[in-house]
Write a protein that binds this ligand. Structure first.
Ligand code: SAM
Length: 299
């Protein structure tokens, strides 16, 4: 766009709208600005992103231009695309997300893959507990792969539980997935999730409270605080969940925990202290250890 060009609703076309939006997102410091602009513009127009490139001369109606403006303004304020669109693909499942849920991360698919490998030949009963289920992504991905399994997702957030239930419905998993409210900081919180469980999975909050403001704005401003913060050293959730999992698991049962960068050693120590056998550490997409899988002894 040249200086002095005036763009009115009447002459705004998709190609030019894309250029303007990409420039705006680039100025807001967003990597991949043009790709994001194309996705959001397409969403505003109700068409596939590829159509913008194929048909750049397509005119925008005033209503479409206003809709595009709203979406681009949100992204310029660093709201992630997945939140703006209200959905995220995880393990091949399209999931609803909301302001009450963490935006599921591709790195968490490493946990799903590792657990699935270990449980795929497990006979029924195969009961899986997901602690801090959020959108339900871990539990629903596992149930979608393991037809012999059933499971429960627990969360402190009623809004997240409502989203998780809708995701179970959308993927035809309601007969095998249940979602229950619970707060692991409260006494008696396991009353609604009695064992024995054959597997427990969790991606709990693990960020040091004082580090949250240093995270990318997409995370610090938009993921729910309750999904992120875990005390002054980032380990508060593991101190509760690991010993409790040791009680709730069946002998030989599997515990899979996601953790943050550099937390492999302290999480490993907490597992050893609770009597788990030596954990296997699973790397994420960038090769960083991201998940510990430990087995409860049979003795
Ligand atoms: C990091 S998010 C993970 C969400 C989801 N499992 C995922 O991987 O996208 C942690 C979840 O734990 C829940 N949570 C935090 N504190 C909790 C508590 N004290 N009791 C139960 N759930 C809690 C949060 O609401 C959030 O949904």
């Amino acid at each position: 766009l040249n200086a002095g060009d005036r763009v009115t609703d009447a002459d705004l076309r998709a190609g030019r709208a894309l250029d303007q939006a990409a420039a705006r997102l680039r100025a807001a410091g967003i990597e991949g600005a043009r790709r994001d602009a194309r996705i959001l513009l397409a969403a505003a127009l109700g068409i596939e992103p590829s159509r913008i490139l194929a048909y750049p001369e397509r005119p925008l109606s005033p209503a479409e231009a206003a809709a595009a403006e709203r979406l681009i303004a949100r992204r310029a304020a660093r709201e992630p695309i997945s939140r703006i669109l209200g959905r995220r693909e995880f393990w091949g499942l399209e999931l609803e997300i909301s302001q009450d849920t963490l935006d599921p991360r591709p790195d968490s698919e490493a946990l799903v893959g590792a657990v699935f490998e270990r449980l795929k030949s497990h006979p029924a009963p195969l009961r899986i507990l997901d602690l801090g289920t959020g959108s339900g992504c871990l539990l629903l991905a596992l149930l979608s792969e393991l037809p012999q399994a059933e499971g429960v997702g627990l969360d402190v957030s009623p809004g997240a539980l409502a989203v998780a239930s809708r995701n179970a419905t959308a993927h035809g998993l309601t007969a095998r997935a249940q979602f229950v409210a619970g707060d692991w900081r409260q006494d008696g919180w396991t009353g609604h999730i009695p064992g024995p469980w054959q597997a427990i999975v969790s991606n709990p909050p693990y960020i040091v409270v004082d580090d949250i403001e240093d995270l990318a704005p997409e995370v610090a401003r938009f993921d729910p605080r309750v999904a992120l913060e875990a005390g002054p050293d980032g380990l508060a959730s593991y101190r509760i969940l690991i010993p409790t999992a040791a009680q709730l698991l069946a002998p030989g049962g599997l515990l899979a925990l996601e953790f943050g960068a550099g937390q492999g050693d302290p999480v490993g120590s907490l597992l050893a202290r609770a009597g788990f056998e030596a954990p296997v550490l699973i790397p994420d997409l960038s090769g960083t250890p991201r998940c510990a899988i430990a087995t409860k002894g049979r003795g």
